[in-house]
Ligand binder design. Structure first.
Ligand code: CA
Length: 225
């Protein structure tokens, strides 16, 4: 597995490379110190995963990610950031990041996230998922409700796919965070609620039957009632 690390902090970049390459999972790491060169490398299609710093010279991480996603490139991206506000994380996820790690981080944590992302990207294949009048294509990350296509950013797609795969089960915020972002709860607890609101607007509000329900003091359930 080739991993591209786009990070301008030389010390952090070198440590990431070293910790991934000594992990003995067979990772091979390429470093890129700025957004434009990083984007060119990412576009080569040679990498199975990208670790992308948010603050970069020449072109920032969000712009790199948006450009990649707009071009249809769906390589898993783990974004690194020094910012810890909910809005910053949402901005990164909206741009198409698959996961988010805040600096400073433990290298063991980074490796765990990388593993989870690779595992998840392999699961993103397979048959359509259906529940009620919702249909999900897990290969192309497309969603329909009652034959109307609903366009969702990656983070919303992932959360909806998780809800639909686990329809009729109460899902705690912890479950959602762990499965969608593989992160300890912390700040992500609020993010679950933010994304549930986004999803409701697109998946429930335009339709007469509501599928996303709040379970008081517990979490959420995706269910046709
Ligand atoms: Ca930076």
């Amino acid at each position: 597995m080739n991993i591209l690390v786009i990070e301008d902090d030389k010390k952090i970049a070198t440590l990431i490379k070293k910790s991934l390459e000594t992990d003995d999972s067979g990772y091979k790491v390429t470093l890129s110190p700025n957004g434009t060169d990083g984007l060119a490398l990412a576009n080569s299609g040679a990498y199975g995963l990208i670790i992308l710093d948010r603050g970069l010279p020449k072109m920032d991480g969000i712009a790199v990610l948006q450009t990649l996603r707009e071009a249809g490139n769906r390589v898993p991206v783990l974004m690194l950031t020094a910012k810890t506000e909910v809005e910053d994380i949402v901005a990164g996820l909206d741009a198409g990041a698959d996961d988010y790690l805040m600096k400073p981080f433990e290298f063991a944590e980074l490796i765990a996230r990388v593993r989870a992302l690779i595992r998840r990207s392999k699961q993103d294949r397979g048959a359509e998922i259906r529940y009620a009048d919702v249909r999900i294509d897990p290969v192309n990350h497309k969603v329909w409700r009652a034959n109307t296509e609903i366009i969702l950013p990656e983070a919303e797609y992932r959360m909806l796919a998780y809800l639909v795969r686990n329809a009729e089960k109460v899902l705690y915020r912890e479950d959602i965070v762990e499965n969608c972002w593989n992160s300890p709860l912390g700040i992500f607890s609020n993010i679950v609620d933010v994304y549930i609101n986004f999803l409701r607007k697109k998946v429930d509000v335009p339709f007469s039957t509501k599928l996303i329900h709040t379970v008081h003091r517990q979490g959420y359930i995706f269910e046709e009632r």
